[in-house]
Design a protein around this ligand. Structure first.
Ligand code: ADE
Length: 240
């Protein structure tokens, strides 16, 4: 079973939205499992503090290496035996992509450390082999929501979770392009008809129209993806 382990100082945030909808059903049916550890349980002082002032001065607080180290060791007692990647959610991390999500779902699961405060003591990041991962170029108040986003993106790809729509072959990023526009009845809404080609029954023409629209949207909205598409996808290789 695909297993997600979370380390956080806000365990009550979980499962949160992961307990609802598709992910929640898959959790209840045993397609994946979630365990949540409260980092504060590994503190030793009476205030159960997990952070301290930064060495060298400056604003904010830093999550302590000793406490987070103990928490990780409790969740992953044998690093050699647990093949799950260990991620630290952080705006400083490398970007999360659909390709990385797909690779994660091929493995046994993931260990997610949710950062808070200004940062996490660099020594524990290195010593416990935490890979820093970001869900986008904006700053959240902590890694919890980022962890939920990562897990949601993984869980929907697990075998059996999406049922008939599971192919995912036509969705955004699957071939390096954003998804084409969708329409359904009514045929005319607020004076706007569905594009005629979609009701023509000509499947080859429909496919060509969708492809052209996907390319147009990608070019207009995501010049970065468009450049990558021109470099990698056009010549038949999905690598990179
Ligand atoms: N924690 C705070 N901001 C984040 C981001 N953008 N991605 C992942 N973790 C975060």
């Amino acid at each position: 079973m695909w297993r997600a382990s979370i380390l956080t100082i806000f365990p009550d945030m979980f499962p949160g939205p992961l307990g609802a909808s598709l992910a929640g059903k898959a959790l209840a049916s045993g397609a994946w499992s979630l365990d949540v550890a409260d980092i504060r349980n590994f503190a030793t002082d009476k205030h159960r503090s997990v952070d301290d002032t930064p060495a060298g001065g400056g604003p904010g607080m830093v999550m302590k290496a000793d406490i987070l180290g103990r928490a990780i060791d409790a969740i992953v007692p044998d690093m050699a035996a647990d093949a799950r990647p260990r991620y630290l959610l952080s705006p400083r991390g490398t970007p999360l992509t659909q390709a990385r999500i797909e690779a994660l779902t091929q493995g046994p699961g993931v260990v997610l450390v949710c950062g808070r405060f200004e940062g996490v003591d660099e020594r524990v990041i290195a010593a416990r082999g935490l890979e820093e991962v970001s869900i986008g170029d904006y700053v959240l108040s902590g890694g919890e929501i980022a962890a939920m986003a990562l897990i949601d993106a993984c869980v929907r790809l697990l075998p059996g979770v999406m049922g008939a729509s599971a192919s995912g072959a036509e969705e955004s990023f699957a071939d390096g392009l954003l998804e084409y526009p969708h329409y359904t009845r009514p045929q005319i809404w607020e004076g706007q008809p569905i594009p005629e080609i979609l009701t023509s029954g000509d499947h080859a023409k429909i496919a060509a129209w969708r492809r052209a629209e996907a390319e147009r949207l990608t070019r207009e909205r995501r010049p970065d993806l468009w450049a990558a598409f021109l470099r990698h996808f056009r010549n038949g290789s999905k690598a990179g």
